[in-house]
Design a protein around this ligand. Structure first.
Ligand code: MN
Length: 332
């Protein structure tokens, strides 16, 4: 039988949180916050309130995705540069750079909770567990280990992070601990059906016009092992959509039989962002992304390029093929 392996650091994590009593603490994530980032920020906020600290939630120049607004509705988010704080904590942020220009000027943050395999230990105290499916899983585990009081708000926020970062508990990162902690959160008031309905059954119609274009753009390489699709700036303009609407598109090519690496290129902030997905952690997409100054997880990584895709395409496909060859486990 499988036993659950808990994360190290729970004791130290709460010791640090308790020492923040009376202090103003900025809680930051990464640019373009996803469900895990927001969920972990909100959970940290609630934990710090329980510790008597004054937490401040940071949001950079971007918006909160429409399908996540409900979870953040009761919280005030401020631009980090407008915060007056004594300390900073980071969640779900692999490297300081992912927090944007603002972070460049920051002194070393007090703590960081992260699970990106490509992550760096950039804080004084790093609760860094790449084996975790989500940053929220690390926090949920710490709360469980210490039998900390969990409100239904905290449980819901953490469940949001776990369900989104695991692809509804389907990615290879999902294990017995993930499911056990999801159960604990459900016992504390997270409602799995309601959460999934809010996140996944609430799509604007325009998104499907964009999806039609994306699916029409799919092309296959390496005998169908690589599938690449595009969302252009023009696609957004003509379908009245934004980058937020294509968040989960890469899951479509990933689901095609025979596809080992799915790729989507899309415009964001005037640059081309290349997102890579696979179902096989052995393919180490984080290492491939790093070759292009990006990063991420073994099965989900990304990087950005300057210039136009057509010029870059050939080089990229060749590197991807070579990577696929060298990281493929030979099945006899
Ligand atoms: Mn995450």
């Amino acid at each position: 039988m499988n036993t659950i392996k808990h994360f190290d650091g729970a004791e130290q994590f709460f010791d640090i949180c308790k020492q923040l009593k009376g202090k103003r603490v900025g809680i930051l994530g990464h640019l373009h916050p996803d469900g895990d980032c927001l969920g972990a920020q909100i959970a940290m906020h609630n934990i710090l309130i329980q510790c008597g600290a004054v937490p401040l939630l940071g949001l950079y120049n971007d918006y909160i995705a429409s399908n996540l607004r409900w979870v953040s509705r009761d919280y005030i988010f401020t631009k980090p540069e407008e915060m007056a704080t004594d300390e900073y904590v980071f969640v779900d942020c692999s490297v300081k750079l992912r927090a944007g220009d603002f972070a460049k000027k920051l002194p070393m943050p007090l703590l960081s909770v992260d699970h990106h395999i490509s992550g760096e230990r950039f804080a004084h105290h790093n609760f860094f567990h790449p084996e975790a499916a989500a940053a929220c899983e690390i926090i949920a585990d710490f709360l469980h280990q210490k039998q900390w009081e969990i409100s239904s708000h905290t449980a819901t926020a953490l469940y949001v992070g776990m369900v989104t970062d695991t692809g509804k508990f389907s990615y290879s990162s999902t294990n017995t601990r993930t499911l056990f902690l999801a159960l604990q959160l459900a016992l504390h008031g997270a409602d799995p059906h309601r959460i999934c309905t809010e996140i996944y059954q609430n799509e604007p119609r325009e998104k499907f016009a964009l999806l039609q274009r994306f699916l029409a753009s799919l092309q296959f390489y390496a005998d169908g092992a690589i599938c690449i699709g595009h969302v252009t700036e023009r696609d957004y303009l003509e379908t009245h959509t934004t980058s937020e609407d294509r968040e989960d598109f890469v899951d479509y090519p990933r689901a095609i039989r025979g596809v080992r690496v799915a790729v989507i290129t899309h415009y964001r902030d005037g640059k081309i962002c290349v997102s890579l997905r696979s179902n096989d952690p052995a393919l180490r997409l984080d290492l491939l992304a790093r070759k292009f100054s990006g990063g991420g997880h073994t099965c989900a990584a990304s990087f950005t390029i300057e210039g136009i895709w057509e010029k870059f395409e050939k080089v990229f496909i060749n590197k991807l093929r070579a990577h696929l060859d060298s990281f493929s486990v030979k099945h006899l």
